[in-house]
Design a protein around this ligand. Structure first.
Ligand code: MRU
Length: 363
């Protein structure tokens, strides 16, 4: 099915839907040309969808993995609680190998395993199928909470933006990367709801083009004023005075406030600082990883050279050329103006303030 309409209401494409016995997943690799929903029944299909980026974006990866655990646990046939829990652990460990950088993946898997432990301890009378239902409820809750959290991020972020501002974003931290609303895009959708007019510039985001294929697509569908630029135009549009704020998502925030996000984010942050433009990072608390001390400790995924040399089936580099293709980079905390979460806005000193926000959110 191809889609060429423009929504007048906020009625976005939803990237993941749980259908009771399978996960319906939007194949994001095919956007914007085709809207194809895949029905996934096994943890292997979920693993492949995360690894091959049919589903991508930190929160969406976590949600998909949570349902992968549900699908894996449902394969266990015996009425043996210890065996069931072992199976859940095995599926979690397997799904954890699908991609390395977004901490939401590991956060969601830890939460699912924790729920499985609790279910198996708390409900001695229950059958394995009831435990499986409990696990499904946990994944459904993760998805529902993400939607709510993204909206709250938008509410906290919105006062940072004024009518008429130019706002640059990189990659896709949009509704497609989450349950709904996105993180970096949440204030854009809320601004639209409230009649605040923002002029969004979306970086194309080489080499997988999440900015062009996904961000430009979803904002255009929502009727938001969006202009697509290639990555190497960001400095030029800033120098023209067209950008008053940058807002991006993140795959992992280290304890000191260093931020890993899509490759090219660091360059945008440096450009923003050079032009005196605030650089905001929007993310759920589940993206903040206090166990990772600094950005240098964040594992950075390297992807296949073909993404650079023959992206989308067209060879654009000589055969045999050496390629370096990291999928993410780290923006040091001193380039970050503020981190916007569902619990509020955090500014420097990030090491102290992130820890304080975390303790508040669990107390
Ligand atoms: O490789 P991707 O497309 O999964 O990278 C996604 C990003 O870098 C996003 O900005 C990040 O995950 C935040 S999504 C709300």
């Amino acid at each position: 099915m191809s889609n060429s309409s423009t929504n007048t209401e906020f009625n976005p494409l939803i990237s993941l839907n749980w259908r009771g016995s399978y996960l319906e997943l939007l194949d994001q690799r095919l956007l914007p040309e085709s809207i194809v929903m895949l029905d996934l029944y096994t943890p292997e299909e979920i693993w492949d969808s995360i690894h091959s980026m049919k589903v991508r974006g930190a929160p969406a990866i976590g949600i998909a993995a949570a349902f992968g655990v549900v699908l894996g646990a449902a394969q266990y046939q015996k009425e043996d609680r210890a065996g069931w829990l072992e199976k859940v652990k095995e599926v979690c460990d397997y799904l954890a190998t699908s991609r390395p950088t977004a901490v939401n993946l590991f956060w969601a898997l830890d939460r699912m395993y924790g729920a499985a432990v609790q279910l198996s301890e708390d409900s001695n009378q229950l059958s394995i199928s009831a435990l499986n239902e409990g696990l499904a409820q946990e994944a459904i809750a993760i998805r529902a909470e993400d939607e709510e959290v993204c909206r709250q991020i938008g509410e906290h972020a919105l006062p940072l933006f004024e009518d008429g501002m130019g706002v640059l974003t990189h990659c896709n931290a949009g509704g497609l990367a989450t349950a709904k609303y996105g993180t970096a895009t949440a204030p854009m959708y809320l601004a639209k709801e409230q009649g605040i007019h923002l002029k969004i510039f979306a970086d194309e985001t080489r080499p997988v083009l999440q900015g062009a294929r996904l961000t430009a697509f979803e904002l255009q569908q929502a009727g938001i004023n969006v202009t697509l630029i290639t990555d190497n135009m960001a400095g030029m549009v800033m120098s023209k005075g067209w950008i008053q704020a940058v807002i991006v998502g993140t795959d992992r925030v280290a304890a000191n406030g260093d931020v890993a996000n899509k490759i090219g984010t660091y360059s945008v942050a440096v450009l923003a600082k050079a032009h005196g433009i605030p650089f905001y990072v929007a993310c759920p608390m589940s993206t903040i990883d206090l166990n990772t001390p600094t950005g240098a400790h964040i594992p950075i995924e390297e992807r296949a050279p073909e993404e650079v040399t023959e992206g989308f089936g067209k060879r654009t580099a000589p055969q045999g050329i050496k390629v370096f293709n990291p999928a993410f980079d780290v923006t040091p905390n001193d380039y970050v103006t503020a981190i916007i979460t569902e619990k509020g806005i955090v500014r420097a000193p990030f090491d102290q303030n992130l820890k304080a926000l975390y303790s508040e959110s669990i107390s």
